[in-house]
Ligand binder design. Structure first.
Ligand code: PAF
Length: 279
C-alpha cells in the first residue's frame, strides 16, 4: 500500500489506472479505523477495483464548539489496518492541501440537509458534500462506499451524485455493531464506562421501535416507545427521534410503507447517531 499526501502525487499514482480504464473504488474516511471502516474496505476489495481509502478529518464539516480538535487520530495504526485489508492507496492529505485556497466554493443539498442531524449541526452536510465532491473529482472512482450508520449522509451524497452527474455508483454498507448492538463509531471512545453502559439502551430502544412499528404503531407511538427506553438513563439526552421516509427524509405521518427510524442521542457530552430501516 502506498500513502500519498498531495493531489499531484495522487494524480501520478492513479494515472495508469485511469489510462487503462481500470476501475477504482473509493472509501472516504476520517480515520481512526474500527470494524465498520474495515468492512467498507472489504466491500471495496470485493469489487475487484483498485482501492483508494481517503483519510482526512475534514474541518468544514465540524461546527464551532464541536470536536474537530480532539477528534481521534492515529494514522500509523490506520495505515497498518488499511494495508492489512489490501488497500492499494491511502490518500492522507493535510488541510492546506485539500483546501489550499480556502473553502470558497460549496456544494449544498439544501432540502435533505436541514432536517434530522442538520438541525443540530447546521453547515455539517455542506462540509460533507463539498469534501466528498472534491474526493470524487480527485480519485474519479467507479464506485464509492459509505456506511449506513450515517444514513442521512448517504442520502445526501446519492442526491448530489445524481444532481451533478458524477459518474460514480454510491454503495451503502450495513452498520457494524458492538456485541450489545451499539453502532461502531470513532466517537464511542469518548464515552466514560457509565456512559458506555447507558449507550447500550440505544440499540434496545431501536429494537422496541422496530417491534412497535411492526405491530402497526403510528410514527408518533413508535417515537414514544423509543423515547421511553432512552429515558431510562439520566445520562442520555435525546436530540431527536424521528420516523422518516428513507429517500426524502420527510417525517412519516402514518404507519406502513417505507420508513427509517433515526435518532441522535447525547451520552454525556458525546452525540451518538443510529438508524434502522423499518420493515
Ligand atoms: O463519514 C465520514 O467519515 C465523513 O463524513 C466523510 C464521508 C469521510 C467526509 O468527510
Amino acid at each position: 500500500m502506498r500513502t500519498v499526501r498531495s493531489k499531484s502525487d495522487l494524480l501520478k499514482a492513479l494515472s495508469p489506472a485511469w489510462a487503462a480504464g481500470e476501475p477504482i473504488a473509493l472509501v472516504p474516511t476520517m480515520g481512526f479505523f474500527h470494524a465498520g471502516h474495515l468492512r467498507l474496505m472489504r466491500e471495496a476489495k470485493k469489487s475487484r477495483a483498485l482501492v483508494v481509502v481517503s483519510l482526512f478529518v475534514n474541518p468544514t464539516q465540524f461546527g464551532a464548539g464541536e470536536d474537530l480538535d480532539r477528534y481521534p487520530r492515529n494514522e500509523a495504526r490506520d495505515a497498518e489496518l488499511a494495508a492489512g485489508e489490501g488497500v492499494d492507496i491511502l490518500f492522507a492529505p493535510g488541510v492546506d492541501e485539500m483546501y489550499s485556497r480556502g473553502p470558497t466554493t460549496w456544494v449544498e443539498v439544501p432540502g435533505l440537509s436541514g432536517c434530522l442531524c442538520g438541525r443540530t449541526r447546521p453547515g455539517h452536510f455542506r462540509g460533507v458534500a463539498t469534501v466528498v465532491a472534491k474526493l470524487l473529482n480527485l480519485v474519479r472512482p467507479a464506485v464509492a462506499f459509505f456506511g449506513a450508520k450515517d444514513f442521512q449522509q448517504t442520502v445526501i451524497i446519492k442526491r448530489m451524485v445524481a444532481d451533478l452527474d458524477f459518474p460514480v455508483e454510491v454503495r451503502t454498507v450495513p452498520t457494524v455493531r458492538e456485541e450489545d448492538g451499539l453502532a461502531m463509531s470513532s466517537r464511542n471512545g469518548y464515552l466514560s464506562p457509565e456512559e458506555r453502559r447507558a449507550a447500550s439502551l440505544i440499540p434496545q430502544a431501536m429494537d422496541v421501535g422496530r417491534r412497535a412499528w411492526s405491530a402497526g404503531a403510528t410514527p408518533e407511538k413508535t417515537r414514544q416507545a423509543v423515547g421511553a427506553v432512552l429515558a431510562r438513563s439520566p445520562l442520555l439526552r435525546v436530540d431527536y427521534v424521528a420516523v422518516v421516509h428513507p429517500e426524502t427524509l420527510e417525517e412519516r405521518m402514518d404507519s406502513g410503507g417505507p420508513a427509517l427510524l433515526a435518532l441522535a442521542v447525547y451520552a454525556g457530552a458525546t452525540r451518538l447517531i443510529d438508524n434502522l430501516l423499518l420493515p
